[in-house]
Design a protein around this ligand. Structure first.
Ligand code: HEM
Length: 497
């Protein structure tokens, strides 16, 4: 009798498990079944989607292969719903510019939603995003962005950076965090009104943490969090570190805001935080605009982070290319010596007389490709692309790798070739497919600032130093993929000229 009961029980458990598996499979199929005329993509497995096709450490390169196979618009799925990838300069421009309104939103990803909610500039949408983007651009312009008035403070920072590098006395060192600190100081002056000494251990450790969190956010744990947030919120793992780092950075920004509130003087706005505090009074009857202290924290955080990591990673690539291609470095230095000389610092006005240097900086941005898949967008309405329909609310990536290495646009897409930006007479030529800052309604808000910083830091460094790889070391262009595409840590020697 007990044996029969046991068999029945076993049978029930078995049938229950069978039923559950079939139910989950059907549920997954219905939930993730692409709608009619959805862009094609690889054959996905239940639950995991296309994860088995993808090596997350070089996802941008695998997307290039998918584009070769499925065409300029394809879809992929990682555990969750399908997302659409747009490829090639023509398509990304056409969609993001001519159909800009359709692609103006950002998706809500659980990881970021749990850190910043829908606040700030980068992940917000609709009315509050419009107000905050407009206000940030306006305020940064007032503090000299895109004008000559910001130049002296960048040049001052270039002097500090040169001094710190001279202190290395030609010995090999990794320039990553010192560059990071110098670049960060520019946005810090604009938003906090302060710069930080390179010897400030607290600030250095904050920058190292930010660098680490960027790396972790590109990893599998962050992706798992976005798909299974309800589980991941409850289990330990490396994703916990993402939260603890962000909590530290947010606490740092909050402290800066509190300090500003103590000695706030509406008649003397020193920086972005002061301007925002002043603006809050004007918008007190319009809650939706986001002019409140909580949102101030996340907007400041966005500017601080976006203004630090991107430009410094580009410069880090720039120095790597210079030690990899010493003949290109020599040509840049010849141009600096001819146009600027050695008795004064370079200035933005010199750029138009320095086509070769300008071309090298552009080529660094193209090949450095620091945001290879761009930041994600989301469709605001059903959108037809070629023969396909992207339904409203779909996550979309306008792949920048596919634009910056578009074989129909660039003569030698896979070679570091400043000639891409020079005409037959050696004059600088603009290229439409040069879109490292993306394009359209969400185009990078800091483009002008970044371009100014890149030119001044790069020329100041090459004016003062010759960079080379440590003896016997062949510089490697192998990348490390996190939230940004950056070089593997490397060492160089900086010999004063
Ligand atoms: C070399 C440096 C930089 C690169 C390559 C870069 C690139 C980008 C890209 C690709 C986007 C996404 C645009 C899109 O969704 O289409 C973006 C957005 C953004 N960037 Fe930059 N960026 C750089 C520097 C900066 C700096 C210095 C700031 C600081 C002011 C900044 C602030 C932002 C902000 C706030 C957004 C979000 C804009 C929005 O959602 O409306 N970036 N950036």
């Amino acid at each position: 009798m007990t044996a029969i009961l046991y068999i029945l029980e076993l049978f029930n458990i078995k049938s229950f498990l069978l039923f559950l598996s079939i139910f989950l499979l059907v549920f997954d199929y219905i939930k993730t079944k692409p709608p009619k005329n959805f862009p094609p993509g690889p054959w996905s497995l239940p639950f995991i989607g296309d994860v088995h096709h993808i090596d997350i450490t070089k996802i941008h390169l695998q997307f290039v292969k998918f584009a070769e196979k499925y065409g300029r618009i394809f879809s992929v799925r990682f555990f969750g719903p399908r997302m659409v990838v747009l490829n090639g300069h023509k398509l990304v421009r056409e969609m993001y510019v001519h159909r800009g309104e359709n692609f103006a939103d950002r998706p809500s990803l659980p990881l970021f939603a749990d850190i910043v909610g829908d606040k700030g500039v980068v992940v917000s949408n609709g009315y509050p995003w419009k107000q905050q983007r407009r206000f940030a651009l306006h305020t940064l312009r007032n503090f000299g962005l895109g004008k000559r008035s910001l130049e002296p403070s960048i040049l001052q920072e270039c002097r500090y950076l040169n001094e710190a590098i001279a202190n290395e006395q030609g010995k090999s060192f990794d320039p990553q965090f010192i560059i990071n600190n110098a670049v960060s100081n520019i946005i810090c002056v604009l938003v906090f009104g302060d710069r930080f000494e390179y010897t400030d251990d607290d600030f250095q450790s904050l920058l190292k943490n930010i660098n680490e969190v960027f790396y972790l956010e590109g990893g599998i744990w962050a992706q798992l969090y976005n798909v299974f947030p309800w589980i991941m919120r409850r289990v330990p793992g490396p994703h916990r570190k993402i939260f603890s780092i962000w909590n530290g950075v947010i606490a740092f920004v909050k402290k800066k805001i509190e300090d500003h509130q103590v000695d706030f003087d509406p008649s003397n706005s020193r920086d972005y935080i002061d301007c925002f505090l002043g603006e809050m009074a004007k918008w007190k009857d319009d809650e939706a605009s986001g002019f409140n202290v909580e949102n101030l924290c996340y907007c400041t955080l966005d500017l601080f982070i976006a203004g630090t990591e991107t430009t410094s990673t580009t410069l880090y690539w720039g120095l790597l290319y210079m030690i990899k291609y010493p003949e290109i470095q020599r040509k840049v230095q010849e141009e600096i010596d001819r146009v600027v000389g050695s008795s004064r610092q370079p200035s933005v006005a010199d750029r138009e007389n320095m086509p070769y240097t300008d071309a090298v900086i552009h080529e660094t941005q193209r090949c450095g490709n620091i945001l290879p898949l761009n930041l994600a967008r989301q469709t605001t309405k059903d959108t037809q692309v070629d023969d396909f329909i992207i339904p409203k609310g779909t996550m979309v990536l306008g792949s920048l790798t596919s634009v910056l290495f578009d074989e129909t646009e660039w003569e030698t897409p896979h070679t570091f070739n400043p000639g891409h930006f020079l005409d037959g007479e050696g004059k600088f030529r603009k290229r439409e497919a040069f879109l490292p800052f993306s394009i359209g309604k969400r185009v990078c808000l800091g483009e002008q600032l970044a371009r100014m910083e890149l030119f001044l830091f790069f020329t100041s460094l090459l004016q003062r130093f010759s960079f080379s790889a440590p003896q016997g070391v062949e510089p490697s262009l192998v990348f490390r993929m996190g939230a940004t595409h950056c070089p593997q840590p490397y060492q160089l020697c900086a010999v004063p000229r």
